[in-house]
Design a protein around this ligand. Structure first.
Ligand code: AQP
Length: 334
């Protein structure tokens, strides 16, 4: 059976970037790829690579799972689970660390960026080895595709390298996955600073629309989004990155190509475009929030997570046992 695997870490409040780059893409794939199995997890082990408050982390993990369902993840098609409830992720992560090189991890740009920010407050060993755990999360289930935003491309390349290296040494064992990166919306930028991506763990939330924002907040954030003084309705990522970012958001949520959005607003000022974009985002997120509220306190969520955990555990246990035998771990069978 062909598979698709992805996850999100509950390290902050989910943003429109996570929604467009990862969640929405995953939901669409469920219908575009009817013959595939889907595995989707809440990457709580990844969240603890930086300090977390225990009760808040547990709440955020539940929130991410509820948002997945609210966005249209179908538990009949998708195995949805919490990463930490399937112990084999950590176990395979360790096994893969034994054939990953420090130099490879030092090249990871996300690590380098986080180190710059965290210099004084300390960097955990797990933040450094996180991409290997991510490789384990993925190749555990032998997926063909991994839908992610653009920022995860380098980690998927490392995952591929790790899988290929293992296969070369021990014989074909892991499927080498391919990233699926959306044509538009793979990197939604911060609304206040178009040079950095919108992130859920950013201290200031002015530049990020969260999936929980109310109408007034969304309208305010979009109105105050940084654009330019050219007054030209054009999709120019290089010279008008702020406007291009807003056009991207419009195009993904409105199901239009960026050029069609440009044509629609040609001759209008940015203000009208921003007002309409706000309405589009408000409609999308308020429908999402309504579904989220129905799910978050219902027993359905736990039923889905219980069943997902059991299915994932069964697959993961077999995979890791086979992997250990390949490597030479375990007893001689007499
Ligand atoms: N700005 C973005 N635009 C498009 N896609 C994005 N993703 C994240 N930000 C954007 C995609 O969402 C998924 C979440 O991945 P993650 O939770 O493992 O962490 P991340 O990529 O590091 O996302 P964040 O929001 O920036 O988290 P923090 O702030 O905690 O590091 C991935 O598919 C990612 O590509």
């Amino acid at each position: 059976m062909k598979r698709v695997v992805s996850g999100i870490k509950p390290s902050g409040t989910l943003t429109l970037g996570n929604y467009i780059g990862a969640i929405k893409q995953f939901v669409n794939l469920q219908s575009v790829l009817p013959d595939y199995e889907f595995y989707l997890f809440v990457a709580d082990l990844h969240a603890i690579t930086v300090p977390q408050e225990a009760a808040l982390l547990r709440k955020r993990s539940r929130d991410v799972a509820a948002m997945y369902l609210a966005a249209g993840i179908d538990p009949q098609k998708t195995v949805l689970f919490l990463q930490s409830e399937v112990k084999e992720h950590a176990e395979l992560g360790y096994l893969l660390q034994c054939s990953t090189y420090v130099g490879e991890l030092e090249r990871m740009t996300q690590y380098k960026d986080k180190v710059k920010v965290k210099k004084e407050s300390g960097i955990t060993a797990a933040l450094f080895t996180y991409p290997v755990l991510m490789a384990a999360d993925i190749i555990m289930y032998d997926p063909e595709f991994v839908p992610v935003g653009d920022d995860q491309k380098q980690h998927i390349e490392l995952t591929r390298d790790i899988a290929i290296r293992f296969n070369n040494k021990y014989g074909d064992f892991f499927t080498v996955p391919k990233p699926l990166i959306p044509t538009y919306g793979a990197r939604i930028m911060d609304l206040q600073d178009s040079t950095k991506k919108m992130s859920k763990s950013d201290e200031s939330d002015k530049g990020a629309i969260t999936l929980y924002d109310d109408s007034d907040t969304i309208r305010r954030k979009i109105r105050s989004a940084v654009t330019d003084s050219l007054g030209l309705m054009k999709y120019d990522l290089e010279n008008q990155p702020g406007l291009a970012n807003l056009i991207t958001i419009y195009s993904v949520i409105g199901n239009m190509k960026p050029d069609e959005v440009v044509a629609k607003y040609q001759g209008h000022g940015y203000a009208q475009f921003k007002e309409d974009l706000a309405i589009l985002v408000i409609d999308e997120l308020s429908a999402l929030q309504n579904r989220y509220h129905e799910i978050i306190d219902s027993g359905i969520l736990d039923d889905v997570l219980d069943s997902g955990r059991d299915i994932a555990r069964e697959y993961a246990y077999k995979k890791v046992e086979k992997c250990k035998r390949k490597i030479g771990l375990g007893r001689i069978k007499k």
